[in-house]
Design a protein around this ligand. Structure first.
Ligand SMILES: Cc1cc2nc3c(=O)[nH]c(=O)nc-3n(C[C@H](O)[C@H](O)[C@H](O)COP(=O)(O)O)c2cc1C
Length: 177
């Protein structure tokens, strides 16, 4: 059973994570090990989604680090997906900042040649106009992160055809590994 390490950040649209991404992947036979940023953990524990995701995947949904000496609660990943990635997380990953469990795990996988990493930045036009944005994308591309960006995936200057995140495209990318 392939293992997907799914890192989810506090971006609008995260409420679609279970029905639109995790349920289809579990049906496909993926083991999905979910780590949330602290803010995403607050959001998804507050509405019962973290518990529902844990029941669905059979694995703990993490947003805190383990204590030294505690075993790792997640299996070794075959693939890592940062979905959704906030502008904040993109900046941290580009710089290697690991100030929470989600960033720690994602940064480690970016540095591991044996674990491919893809990321869907769920961002708005203002995020992309920040002077550091282009450099962050370039740094992640140079590290072989498969960035799901562009008007065809997540339009920023034209109206979106469908509500919610581009789940079908994200699923397609994960299934292609
Ligand atoms: C309702 C709501 C929706 C948000 N949506 C986004 C978003 O789509 N993309 C984004 O980059 N930030 C978004 N933010 C801001 C992030 O939650 C904020 O920058 C947070 O610090 C990100 O934390 P994280 O990267 O550790 O998950 C949103 C905030 C709120 C309250």
């Amino acid at each position: 059973m392939p293992v997907l390490s799914l890192i989810a950040c506090a971006a609008g649209g995260i409420h679609g994570l279970r029905p639109s991404l995790v349920e289809p992947l579990v049906r496909d036979g993926w083991q999905v090990a979910i780590t949330l940023t602290p803010t995403a953990g607050t959001w998804l524990s507050g509405n019962g989604e973290a518990a529902a995701l844990a029941e669905l995947t059979g694995l703990a949904v993490r947003w805190n680090s383990r204590l030294p000496g505690e075993p790792r609660p997640h299996p070794e990943p075959d693939l890592c997906a940062v979905v959704p990635a906030t502008a904040n997380a993109v900046a941290k990953l580009a710089l290697g900042i690991s100030d929470n469990q989600a960033m720690t795990a994602a940064n480690e996988m970016i540095g591991r040649p044996d674990v491919p990493v893809l990321a869907f930045p769920c961002i708005n036009l203002a995020h992309t106009r920040h002077p550091a944005w282009a450099g962050h994308l370039a740094a992640l591309r140079a590290a072989d992160v498969n960035l799901l960006v562009g008007e065809d995936i997540w339009p920023l200057t034209t109206p979106r055809k469908e509500p919610g995140l581009p789940w079908a495209r994200i699923l397609q990318e994960i299934r292609a590994y």
